[in-house]
Design a protein around this ligand. Structure first.
Ligand SMILES: Nc1ncnc2c1ncn2[C@@H]1O[C@H](COP(=O)(O)OP(=O)(O)OP(=O)(O)O)[C@@H](O)[C@H]1O
Length: 679
């Protein structure tokens, strides 16, 4: 008859798993009975050998039942080998929460992990009822995963722990199974470990191959590449750098940075540099070195480029900026007019352009402030850098802030993956033009002030400080001095921006420029149209509260409605001129809040204007058909609804048959305004 052993575990699940282990190793020689304290025990138990799953279980079992055994033992438990591979894959130095159902058992798990050589992680024991652990993403639990706090992203269930080899051998010894059987059982136990060993050595081989692959890849790159870990040890070093430093690649890998590079300023830049790139001469070679901190891996990567290559990259970046529209489109020659007031303004602007200070351009709406900003940039030392213009009144507070300063991934709901560079970063080494600065909120004002003072910024939701080298040109048609006295514009920001001021005169103070401007706008329109003799004088009689923008819209309108090839007095939109112009032009038309509406209205007005210009009827069907070609289709029904709205605002007039729909003078102005906001 077989000798017998009783296993008492705490839970049903533990009982089952330990039973399977004992059965596999000893089942041929020993009869095994099983119980769990969770499920209840009989009042009395008698056997040769009692094996308990833990000390707690032993105490509970003795309280619940009378146990008569010749030998009793609490087994030592260890982690199932099957899970070790998974644990070895957790990145070195990660904080890992160990979750078990009581504190002693939690500490036991940590001990077992250390005993198995899992010593590359920082283990944090789980405490009951604590549901948030800062910066801990991974938890390990032996079958108690339901206790893991919800803040943990990755939970590794290492299953119920098994009895260790020493416990099994003690049982074997007790039952005097003989040497042959003992070694058979040990072999069974060890076989599992060997399987694991095999798996691990495969993994190691793969890792080695991968490392070699990465090394081969970095060796093919034309730039020098070096990566350094937290302890300043070199982890990546390619052939190109080997040639530069006269050092075989393998001699550099795993060495301290200071043993590989001797130039102290270079070491300082790589380890602590504030800038992203810097020039160095190394062994007579002129290089630009770019450094990048990989936050997630505590690694610094530096790439070395020859000046020629860097120059080409810079040229490519400039081309890219051009493609994005980040360049100045007008210079002083585009500012038409020879009135002494305008000439003087241009002279002052040219002088201001040469300094590096911020400039505040003041002037009524439509006087040409943006034109001046472009021209100043092209006349400055920064002319080869980007020029970025943004209309501050066109965006909501939050959108403006994220557009200007950028954000990190996850900074707010809807934030783009990988974060986004702000316009200040994109304008590095160039100029940013902040139009309608008088309209920015106090929050954006204080962010802007910090950037101007510190010459560095932090993206929204980010910690990294990014140095920036950007010149600011701001413009306003509001009296921001008065606003700062009233408290709606920060006076410290006002003084920062107002270092250099440029005032652009209104058109009514330089009316003699009107004939030149009329000619200029007609030429720019590409139309072969004559001007009635005394028309320019007629136009000089008007007040032009909307300044040159209003003049441009008027000429545009007249070119659209004129008969034949001549614009005449009768084409002047007199009824519009006679209205209370001040109110209408100074307070511009409301721009739709959503971009879709704005694009649609712009598209419809543009199409109508084109039809009018070409003498073709602008019908609903035609607009709908053209919309299909643009990729955002509007059905004739949808076009009708939008036309009704535009008519209600006075931007168009609807007519039947050949006369069709016509854009009005204020429609032309509104269209210009929409175009301005779209850029
Ligand atoms: N002197 C000029 N010569 C030619 N075109 C001009 C001149 N001044 C202004 N313009 C034209 O008039 C329109 C309005 O100019 P701009 O946008 O520069 O004015 P602004 O003062 O910035 O207006 P706002 O305050 O409304 O932003 C533009 O189409 C611009 O090209």
């Amino acid at each position: 008859m077989k000798q017998s052993l009783t296993l008492i575990a705490g839970s049903r699940q533990t009982k089952q798993v330990l039973y399977e282990q004992l059965q596999q190793l000893l089942g041929d020689y020993v009869q095994i009975e099983i119980y769990s304290t969770d499920e209840g025990l009989p009042t009395q138990l008698t056997d040769d050998f009692f094996l308990f799953s833990s000390e707690v279980t032993r105490l509970e079992a003795h309280e619940a039942c009378e146990i008569n055994g010749k030998e009793m033992m609490v087994g030592k438990r260890t982690i199932h080998h099957r899970f070790i591979g998974q644990l070895l894959k957790i990145p070195v130095n990660s904080d890992v929460l160990i979750v078990n159902d009581d504190d002693t058992a939690t500490i036991e798990v940590i001990e077992s992990l250390y005993q198995l050589g899992i010593d590359h992680l920082r283990f944090i024991p789980y405490k009951k009822d604590q549901i948030y652990y800062e910066n801990i993403d991974i938890a390990i639990s032996p079958g108690e995963t339901h206790l893991c706090p919800p803040s943990i992203n990755k939970v590794i269930d290492i299953g119920v722990r098994l009895f260790d080899m020493a416990t099994i051998l003690k049982v074997v010894e007790y039952f005097c199974l003989g040497e042959k059987i003992s070694s058979l059982i040990s072999e069974r136990y060890i076989r599992n470990i060997i399987d694991l060993q095999r798996e691990l050595s495969f993994a190691e081989q793969n890792a080695k191959q991968m490392k070699q692959h990465i090394q081969n890849v970095v060796n093919t790159v034309d730039d020098g590449i070096i990566a350094i870990n937290k302890q300043h040890r070199v982890t990546v070093f390619n052939r190109r750098l080997g040639a530069l430093f006269h050092l075989p690649v393998n001699d550099a890998i795993n060495r301290q940075l200071e043993e590989v590079i001797v130039q102290q300023d270079l070491i300082d830049f790589i380890l602590n540099g504030n800038e992203e790139s810097k020039f160095f001469t190394i062994y007579g070679v002129d290089l630009v070195i770019f450094r990048h901190q990989m936050e997630t891996e505590d690694t610094i990567v530096a790439t070395f480029k020859s000046i020629r290559q860097a120059f080409e990259v810079e040229k490519m970046a400039q081309r890219e900026l051009k493609n994005k529209g980040f360049y100045a489109k007008y210079d002083f020659n585009d500012i038409v007019g020879d009135h002494p007031l305008l000439k003087e303004t241009k002279q002052i602007a040219k002088k201001l352009a040469l300094s590096e200070h911020p400039i505040l351009i003041q002037g009524e709406t439509g006087t040409g402030k943006e034109l001046f900003a472009h021209s100043i940039h092209l006349h400055s030392m920064r002319k080869n850098g980007p020029f970025i213009a943004i209309n501050c009144s066109a965006l909501t507070e939050n959108l403006l802030e994220s557009e200007l300063f950028g954000y990190e991934e996850g900074a707010f709901t809807g934030a783009q993956k990988g974060g986004k560079k702000g316009l200040f970063e994109l304008a590095d080494n160039g100029t940013i033009f902040l139009d309608e600065i008088g309209d920015i909120s106090l929050t954006v004002q204080s962010h802007l002030l910090r950037v101007l003072q510190e010459k560095e910024l932090r993206r929204i939701g980010g910690r990294k400080v990014i140095p920036i080298n950007v010149r600011v040109i701001a413009a306003t048609n509001k009296d921001i001095q008065q606003k700062s006295e009233e408290g709606s514009f920060r006076s410290d920001l006002f003084y920062r921006l107002n270092v250099l001021t440029l005032s652009v005169p209104p058109l009514r103070d330089r009316k003699t420029d009107i004939p030149l401007l009329v000619k200029h706008f007609i030429t720019k329109s590409g139309k072969w149209v004559k001007v009635e003799e005394n028309l320019p004088e007629q136009l000089q009689n008007h007040e032009w509260l909307g300044n040159i923008r209003e003049l441009k819209s008027t000429i545009d309108y007249m070119l659209t409605i004129c008969d034949g090839n001549k614009i005449e007095q009768k084409d002047i939109p007199y009824n519009r001129f006679q209205k209370n112009r001040k109110q209408e032009i100074v307070t511009s038309y409301p721009i739709p809040n959503n971009l879709l509406d704005m694009d649609e209205y712009k598209f419809i007005l543009e199409t109508i204007k084109q039809c009018n210009d070409n003498g073709k009827p602008a019908s609903r069907q035609h607009i709908s058909m053209v919309s299909e070609e643009t990729g955002s289709f509007l059905s004739p029904q949808q076009v009708r609804r939008r036309l009704d709205y535009l008519e209600s605002k006075g931007f168009i007039t609807k007519g039947r048959g050949r006369s069709g729909t016509k854009i009005t003078m204020i429609g032309v102005e509104y269209l210009h305004q929409l175009e301005l906001h779209a850029t």
